[in-house]
Ligand binder design. Structure first.
Ligand SMILES: [Zn+2]
Length: 387
């Protein structure tokens, strides 16, 4: 075996199915073979009791382990810290997310958080710019003085320095629809969120090119049978919805309801993790505001729910528990292939020949044991150990 190759064997969950035990050959960062096979001798990893999944993909990560991507003085160091912490937890690719910020901050961070690999960590799929073109009434913990209307000129200045992967905005704000068209034309995934849109306004946003809703139900009016709003419009469309399955932002029954309605190919689980995720209870930063974590729930001092303390592997475990009618392989799609397909990344989110060699090996209780990013083991025991 050369350094650039790995052989992994076990039960694989991909494409919504459980494959019969198979060997996965990895060469130079790509999967070069997936074949049903007996447990091979000489495998780098033979998973007798557990699962091999495509690496987890998180479309919304504000920070983790003390690093806040919006406010960090050294964004490069913050990105590396977040990417490495995520890889420890099975996430192989993610969208570094910043909340509403001054234009200089966005323009400064766009190139740093561009789509790129990070040595020893999860890959960045490009920045998720959440705000500032959002609705003040539904701003959550975004700072009101940083909100503003979208202008073609500001978006043009963003695009000049780097392409965001995702922009979350409110379609009902003046300039919102034009911004959606401008961003969608540039290949950016526009997601509706932090919005008070009526169902009609939301439908206009979808028609203008938005393809997703950001943390559905949170930071928007609830679904009402006579005022279906953004939630109703998006669910009745074919757009993808992000759900924060941390057990705090949404009742498990709502997750079940949405998945039954929309199907796993239209639901992307996200952590919306903050710097406090992975830290003991206490204070930490989101942007320039202090938020307080009790280890599970993160709030601002006034009680406003801020973001999640749970990473995507924990959200996946919740969803597996909450959705017993689904096969585990189907649930796994929501944290792997669905986010990859939503970003139109056909080499991500699947265990298949030609795909990027991003894998997570989990034990029978769905705890992360090893993560492989681009064919390289980035956490866990030394290569050669049995799982
Ligand atoms: Zn948000």
């Amino acid at each position: 075996m050369t350094d650039a190759s790995l052989l992994v064997w076990g039960r694989i969950l991909t494409g919504g199915h459980e494959l019969t035990p198979s060997r996965i050959e990895i060469q130079d960062g790509r999967i070069t073979g997936v074949e049903p096979a007996q447990r091979p001798r000489g495998a780098d990893f033979a998973v007798d009791d557990g699962w091999i999944l495509p690496g987890l993909i998180d479309l919304q990560v504000n920070g983790v382990a003390g690093a806040d991507l919006t406010s960090a003085e050294d964004p490069e160091a913050a990105l590396v810290a977040v990417a490495r912490a995520l890889a420890q937890r099975g996430v192989t690719a993610f969208c570094p997310t910043i909340v509403s910020s001054r234009e200089e901050v966005i323009v400064e961070r766009l190139p740093v958080y561009r789509a790129r690999t990070v040595e020893g960590g999860a890959e960045s799929l490009g920045i998720h710019v959440e705000g500032p073109f959002i609705n003040r009434e539904f701003r959550g913990v975004h700072e009101p003085e940083l909100l503003r209307l979208a202008t073609p000129a500001e978006i043009e200045r963003w695009l000049r320095v780097g392409q965001p992967a995702i922009v979350t905005l409110a379609p009902e704000r003046p300039g919102g629809l034009a911004a959606i068209k401008q961003l969608a034309k540039a290949g950016v995934l526009v997601s509706l969120g932090h919005s008070g849109a009526t169902s009609h306004e939301a439908q206009l946003g979808l028609a203008a090119g938005a393809r997703m809703a950001t943390h559905l139900f949170n930071a928007m009016p609830p679904l009402h049978h006579r005022q279906p709003g953004l939630v109703g419009a998006v669910l009745a469309s074919n757009a993808v919805v992000e759900l924060i399955a941390d057990g705090v932002h949404l009742d498990p029954l709502i997750v079940d309801l949405v998945v039954q309605h929309a199907g796993v190919a239209r639901v992307a689980l996200v952590s919306d993790a903050l710097a406090a995720a992975g830290l003991p209870p206490g204070e930490s930063l989101l942007g320039h505001q202090i938020v307080v974590s009790d280890g599970r729930i993160i709030r601002r001092a006034d009680g406003t729910l801020a973001g999640s303390a749970l990473l995507l592997d924990g959200c996946l475990r919740n969803a597996l528990r909450w959705l017993p009618k689904l096969q585990p392989a189907e649930v796994v799609l929501m944290a792997t292939q669905t986010p990859a397909d939503t970003l139109r990344l056909p080499r991500k989110g699947r265990v298949a020949v030609g795909a990027d060699a991003d894998l997570v090996i989990m034990d029978a209780d769905w705890r992360v044991r090893h993560t492989i990013v681009g064919g390289k083991l980035v956490t866990g025991q030394a290569v050669g150990a049995n799982v």
